[in-house]
Design a protein around this ligand. Structure first.
Ligand code: GRG
Ligand code: 1GP
Ligand code: MG
Length: 253
């Protein structure tokens, strides 16, 4: 079954929420970590009830299209869009509302900048998925799955101006989102001051920040510094109550 509620409308939905002055929250589901679909259904219901704005589905390893499709089916029962967050073309599923077209701007390997995208593009067209063009920048010092798999030339936290230059380049190349990624499970999230410098450069281009965010205080600081969207993944797997608190604190903004 194809979800038609959000397809073609995800960008408009996100933009409208941001223009209404909201800070958005996206919940990341890593298919590799999903052991039981019934438990996932309960978890996702709780996150949507708390006010999460979208479900991202993706992981850097051990992802298979059919597993992603099953997760999308569950999201379809809920009042939020499903957005693919692909680590490779195996992260594409036909029933999702949209796909984050990631280009890892600071990768050393052209494959992650435009190679994987060339493999994916004709499939995305055939499936009619809405595309969210995203400049993906991996920052900090942590060796995480994404930094290793994506061959990222990491931008350290004390060099935000370099990141701002990459982000602005992404904006000028037509990307509608810039995603600052500290890496899933990173020991330190992107510092608020780093976020501020990047947001100042890209102005109204939508800024997503994720990786290592585990408390409402940190999430709020990052949002106040200029992130439009906060992503959390690991904390949902480890402590659902804490994840819900993060969402509620952003909802009150
Ligand atoms: C557009 C298409 C089809 C592919 C894009 C290909 C690119 C540019 C990928 C970027 C590099 C990469 C490996 C991204 C992974 C992003 C991701 C899904 C991260 C989530 O990480 P986890 O898998 O949760 O990490 P852990 O395994 O450490 O929890
Ligand atoms: O799992 P966490 O650390 O919340 O990171 C989320 C996301 O930014 C990873 O791509
Ligand atoms: Mg993860």
């Amino acid at each position: 079954m194809y979800s038609m509620r959000f397809r073609g409308k995800v960008y408009t939905y996100i933009k409208r929420e941001i223009e209404d002055g909201g800070k958005l929250h996206f919940s990341l589901v890593d298919p590799e970590k999903v052991l039981n679909l019934e438990d996932l259904r309960k978890t996702l219901r709780a996150l949507v009830e708390a006010g999460t704005n979208a479900i991202l589905i993706g992981g850097s390893l051990n992802v298979f299209n059919e597993d992603v499709e099953k997760i999308v089916d569950i999201v379809e029962e809920l009042e939020v869009p499903s957005i693919l967050f692909p680590g490779s073309i195996a992260g594409i599923a036909k029933n999702a509302d949209a796909i984050m077209m990631l280009s890892l701007l600071n990768s050393d390997d052209v494959y992650f900048i435009v190679g994987a995208q060339a493999y994916a593009a004709p499939i995305i067209k055939r499936l009619g998925l809405e595309v969210l063009p995203t400049g993906y920048i991996v920052v900090g010092e942590a060796h995480t799955s994404v930094s290793i798999m994506g061959r990222a030339r990491m931008i350290p936290f004390d060099k935000p101006e370099i990141c701002a230059a990459y982000a602005l380049a992404g904006k000028y190349m037509g990307m509608r989102f810039i995603y600052l990624e500290a890496g899933s499970g990173a020991p330190k999230p992107v510092p608020p001051e780093f976020v501020r410098v990047v947001k100042k450069a890209i102005e109204d281009t939508i800024l997503i920040v994720g990786g290592g965010i585990r408390s409402s205080e940190v999430a709020l600081e990052i949002a106040n510094a200029g992130a439009d969207i906060i992503v959390t993944g690991t904390i949902i797997e480890k402590d659902l109550e804490r994840a819900i608190k993060i969402i509620s604190s952003l909802r009150r903004k």
